[in-house]
Write a protein that binds this ligand. Structure first.
Ligand SMILES: Nc1nc2c(ncn2[C@@H]2O[C@H](COP(=O)(O)OP(=O)(O)OP(=O)(O)O)[C@@H](O)[C@H]2O)c(=O)[nH]1
Ligand SMILES: [Mg+2]
Length: 279
């Protein structure tokens, strides 16, 4: 964070910006997880900055890199909203399902969770524990291990219960396994025999930096991702990753995970994010 703070002072100061300052700024940008392309772009923007409005110019330069799409949850007006969570192993899908369910419940709406990670018994138990803690029903499979069948059952049950939301957890997908991607598509297709899927949210672990970026590219090429949950932003993540993702993929970050408990999920706030990067 504070990528530019030191340099803004120099932009606005009387002394010239020395070559060593540019090298330092470049190193700092590269170290911040924003990636080489954006580093180049931002250095160019910084070179064009006039001293008197340096702060504002950098706010503009950074803001213009963020995605312009709405960050609001997409809901199915007048029907049940269905949200699928996808992402690589350990990025925080199951935890984020619980966090989202907690938020929805607190808002007064009704929500049901489908334990769609049918490959691991422990995954189902993990969700059942969360469900019991937040008081949300968790629908589990009949032991068939077929996530599409479970999702179909869950959609039927949730609709019969008149639930406002169905959240579908999925197995950790290895992004280079085409069959697993296809399975994700199958889950979606089967659910859509009952009701449209409103959102597919991709969890990206902020601490994985450029690797998270690679995951986001591969997932968004196969699955129609409507938003990103940037998890573990409370960890050692450097602030630039959100900017890198949005600038390269044009997918809005909708949520930020900031810890391991259900309260640790916040809507992504672009203004304060930009301010955080600058100061
Ligand atoms: N600090 C922190 N930890 C998190 C956050 N989100 C998830 N975790 C932790 O990350 C670990 C993995 O989270 P899960 O929700 O199980 O991840 P998953 O994507 O469901 O993993 P698989 O089911 O194995 O694919 C757990 O220990 C979580 O408590 C977060 O925002 N901050
Ligand atoms: Mg999981």
């Amino acid at each position: 964070m504070g990528l530019f703070s030191k340099f803004i002072a120099k932009f606005t100061g009387a002394s010239a910006f020395a070559p060593a300052d540019w090298a330092e700024l470049e190193a700092e940008l590269l170290a911040s997880d924003i990636g080489p392309r954006l580093t180049r772009d931002l250095l160019e923007a910084a070179r064009r900055v006039k001293s008197e409005n340096a702060q504002e110019a950098m706010v503009q330069a950074l803001s213009s890199r963020l995605c312009l799409k709405s960050r609001l949850p997409i809901i199915n007006q007048g029907g049940m909203s269905v949200v699928m969570l996808v992402g690589v192993n350990g990025t925080g899908k199951t935890t984020s399902v619980a966090k989202l369910a907690g938020r929805i419940k607190a808002s007064g709406a009704t929500v049901v969770i489908a334990a769609g990670d049918t490959f691991r018994a422990a995954a189902v138990e993990q969700l059942q524990t969360w469900g019991a803690r937040i008081g949300v029903e968790v629908i589990t499979g009949k032991g068939s291990g077929d996530p599409a069948a479970l999702a179909f059952d869950a959609a039927q049950r949730a609709r019969a219960m008149n639930a406002d939301y169905l959240l579908i957890d999925t197995a950790g997908r290895l992004h280079n396994k085409r069959d697993l991607m296809q399975e994700l598509e199958k889950v979606r297709r089967v659910v859509e025999k009952i009701t449209p899927v409103s959102e597919v949210l991709l969890t990206i672990d902020a601490t994985t930096g450029q690797n998270g970026m690679a995951q986001a590219k591969i997932f968004s090429a196969s699955v129609d991702i409507t938003g990103i949950i940037l998890t573990k932003s409370d960890g050692s993540a450097k602030g630039g990753i959100a900017l890198a993702i949005e600038s390269e993929l044009d997918i809005p970050i909708k949520w930020i995970g900031t810890g391991e408990s259900t309260a640790d999920l916040e809507p992504f706030a672009p203004e304060s994010y930009i301010r955080g990067l600058l100061t």
